[in-house]
Design a protein around this ligand. Structure first.
Ligand SMILES: Cc1cc2nc3c(=O)[nH]c(=O)nc-3n(C[C@H](O)[C@H](O)[C@H](O)COP(=O)(O)OP(=O)(O)OC[C@H]3O[C@@H](n4cnc5c(N)ncnc54)[C@H](O)[C@@H]3O)c2cc1C
Length: 403
């Protein structure tokens, strides 16, 4: 006997994508019942999201802090830039979880379940959890994943963005409170990949200081500690400090085509649906934008599997080129970023990275790249691989080009 689904929607994973999806359902749809399942109650401050935007009013008003200036330390030394009309924001994970959960818990259309998902029947739309048995829905929006789920992406241009950050407080004023250090390439660079430091100053004495690597391999934890210590001592001249919080993560940066996966009653969202921008690792604002589109389609009665969550082809090609250049170290990353920030307005670069650039903008960005012949050769090789269905180490199960 076929059972009717108890839920219209199950949000399988209640992290960023799951909670944003729930908030968008709440905003756009009328009568429904939705279940949000996560193995973690999401009460901890487990991450800090940062993003730039000129439309802060379109996002929840929960930013911990914002800045109007950035600093990049590259080949030309210390360069300061105003990012007007954008601002750079940071949101503490716990503030977002609290904001979303309090809104959703006050709405009787939503229920929460803290349990581990152990099985998913895509065709039937059934989820089994470790303790509470089976849950059936018309549509399941899946955002839970482990790094193992991402193992197939290795055959594409893939780097792991890995970072360790410490929120520290110093005895004396050290930081410029109005300026984010977006990339400081003085980081020592043993081995492969790209290394830099990143500083979010909360005041003259308090900041989050990070050591970041974009690397094809995961680094041993000690590497972060050694380089953070070196940066704090040798670059910032800090000897005495108190650590308030430590944060570590790995974010996949890849051109793997996540979007071919919609099957049965399941639609993937979040990291496993390619919401993380391949060439930068940013995803906060993209998650809101893509899920706004998906829920708008649902509101109009469209099959959510048909929703366009993938980025436009030409921007995915740009990501592939930049990833190919960085993966194979064809042009030093500090040179690329120094050039981009110094040669074009930051607003243009942000527009490009937000995939809102027009063809002229794209040409201006490409023109600002160093060693243009290497970018052109990478573009040819990416296009060739796509056209001939060949990727380094494997074949590609999708096409950039419409059939
Ligand atoms: C420390 C950190 C800092 C980051 N900084 C930035 C940043 O500055 N800017 C930016 O844009 N992006 C950043 N990211 C990357 C990205 O924004 C986040 O990873 C984001 O949370 C991705 O959203 P998601 O919904 O795909 O995954 P998540 O938010 O990780 O949600 C997945 C959820 O699935 C749950 N789950 C997993 N397995 C199961 C299971 N078996 N059963 C039930 N639940 C399960 C997890 O508990 C989790 O809550 C950062 C990530 C981290 C971890």
């Amino acid at each position: 006997m076929t059972q009717f689904p108890e839920w219209d929607y199950i949000l399988a994973g209640g992290g960023l994508a799951g909670l944003v999806m729930a908030l968008k359902l709440q905003e756009k749809l009328g009568d429904f019942r939705a279940l949000i399942i996560d193995r973690d109650p999401k009460k901890e401050d487990d991450r800090t999201w940062s993003y730039w935007t000129q439309h802060a009013e379109q996002l929840p008003d929960i930013a911990h802090q914002s800045w109007g200036n950035i600093m990049v330390y590259g080949r030309e030394g210390e360069q300061h830039y105003s990012i007007n009309p954008y601002r750079y924001y940071t949101v503490r994970g716990v503030d977002f979880y609290r904001y979303a959960q309090s809104r959703l818990q006050a709405d009787e259309r939503f229920s929460f379940l803290t349990d581990r998902i152990v099985d998913l029947n895509e065709g039937e739309g059934i989820i089994r959890t470790a303790e509470k048995g089976e849950h059936r829905a018309k549509w399941i929006f899946k955002s839970y994943f482990t790094l193992d789920d991402l193992s197939q992406i290795k055959i594409y241009n893939t780097l792991y963005q890995q970072f360790k950050g410490l929120v520290i407080e110093t005895e004396r004023p050290v930081f410029r409170a109005d300026t984010v250090t977006l990339m400081d390439f003085r980081a020592k660079r043993p081995g492969e990949g790209i290394r830099f430091n990143y500083v979010l100053p909360f005041s003259e004495r308090k900041a989050m200081v990070e050591y970041t690597a974009f690397s094809p391999r995961l680094l041993p934890e000690m590497t972060y500690d050694v380089h953070l210590e070196w940066y704090l001592h040798e670059v910032l001249g800090i000897r005495e400090y108190q650590v308030h919080k430590s944060e570590f993560n790995v974010i996949p940066m890849t051109d793997y085509p996540f979007h071919s996966e919609a099957e049965g009653r399941v639609v993937e969202i979040g990291t496993i649906a390619g919401f993380v921008k391949g060439s930068t690792g940013y995803c906060f604002t993209r998650t809101f934008e893509k899920l706004d589109r998906l829920t708008e389609d649902l509101r109009r009665g469209k099959d959510p599997r048909q929703s366009t969550l993938a980025s436009p082809h030409h921007f995915r090609l740009m990501d592939s080129i930049l990833l190919d250049i960085m993966c194979r170290d064809r042009v030093p990353a500090d040179l690329i970023f120094t050039n981009l920030y110094s040669k074009i307005p930051t607003s243009l670069l942000f527009r490009f990275l937000d995939e809102k650039a027009n063809p002229l903008d794209i040409l201006r960005v490409m023109w600002a790249c160093p060693s243009k012949e290497k970018f052109v050769s990478s573009m040819m090789s990416q296009l060739f691989q796509l056209a001939t269905n060949r990727r380094p180490g494997g074949t590609r199960p999708f096409s950039f080009f419409p059939d």
